[in-house]
Design a protein around this ligand. Structure first.
Ligand SMILES: [Zn+2]
Length: 298
């Protein structure tokens, strides 16, 4: 468990799965040789051999008034997942939440940055053969364009299964609140549209007492993307979602979580002919990693 303090807001990271190496399908240009040239990434974001470290995790956000879980990982007992070992998991995720002081009943807000398989799993849990809301006292916040897109995608079997076992049950229970991509959750927490990875992807901005953090969702997969424009990838014409807006200030996530030197600006990732935002979003096609970037305001 790892924690950060952003002003009055406490962040706690609950890891469901750790992965070291095997990330070439996500970031094919991040070879061990390339990564070893970024020694600041070790030991937190790569091992000594230049293999990237990633994880599937949730972030608990405790503000003075709210207890929020951002993204709910893969979940137990799920079936039909395309990644073999994501099927029929029996992990201690809920025990880990409770150990961090977040029982299921104590969560008042579930926030999904997007509705990919590894971000919605613990929205539900299996009870007497049925999928029921894991957090029965919570409002589940989902961006309206994201929800509507995946609700209407009925021709992709594995994604249909994810929606039906991890999203539809909480919607049918009346717990889902469809919100705008710039929705303000509370004084300290608001959504930022980072469309591109999916049609309604949002990041989560936390501002308190002059400090700021951005939970990126899959807007970024790994810090190496902040340091190297070579990780920009061709955007799939089959998924032409990249038309989002994001304040420039949020492209300055040089991180208090990483030792200096500060990272180059994301805005260096720019392809001529496209708005800067569009180029950045092109990097962000695949699931698995969520990076929390924090910086202290000047
Ligand atoms: Zn994703």
């Amino acid at each position: 468990m790892r924690t950060w303090q952003i002003g009055d807001v406490a962040l706690t990271k609950i890891v469901e799965l750790d992965v070291t190496g095997g990330t070439r399908f996500i970031l094919p240009q991040a070879t061990p040789e390339t990564c070893r040239a970024m020694p600041w990434m070790a030991p937190h974001f790569m091992d000594g051999d230049g293999r990237l470290k990633m994880s599937v995790h949730a972030l608990l956000v405790a503000t003075p008034s709210r207890r929020i879980i951002v993204d709910t990982c893969i979940g137990n007992d799920k079936q039909g997942r395309t990644v073999p070992h994501w099927n029929d998991m029996h992990g201690p995720f809920l025990d880990d939440l409770a150990a961090a002081g977040f029982t299921r009943d104590s969560i008042d807000t579930v926030l999904c940055t997007h509705l990919h398989v590894d971000h919605v799993g613990w929205n539900t849990m299996l009870s007497d053969g049925a999928w029921v809301p894991t957090f029965p006292r919570a409002r589940y916040l989902m961006a309206r364009p994201e929800f509507e897109y995946w609700r209407d995608q009925r021709d992709v079997p594995d994604q249909t299964m994810v929606f039906d076992d991890s999203v539809r049950p909480v919607f049918d229970a009346g717990l889902v609140e469809l919100v705008g991509t710039d929705y303000r959750v509370c004084d300290e927490v608001s959504l930022v549209p980072t469309v591109g990875h999916t049609p309604g992807h949002v990041s989560v901005r936390i501002v308190s007492r002059g400090e700021e953090a951005l939970i990126t969702g899959d807007f970024l997969h790994h810090p190496c993307q902040l340091a190297s424009s070579s990780e920009a990838r061709p955007f799939s014409p089959a998924r032409p979602f990249g038309d989002g807006m994001c304040p420039d200030s949020l492209y300055l996530p040089y991180s208090s979580l990483i030792s200096p030197p500060p990272l180059p600006l994301c805005s260096q990732v720019h392809r001529p002919g496209f708005p800067r935002e569009y180029s950045v979003y092109q990097m962000l096609r695949f699931p698995i990693f969520r990076l929390t970037c924090a910086r202290r305001q000047a």
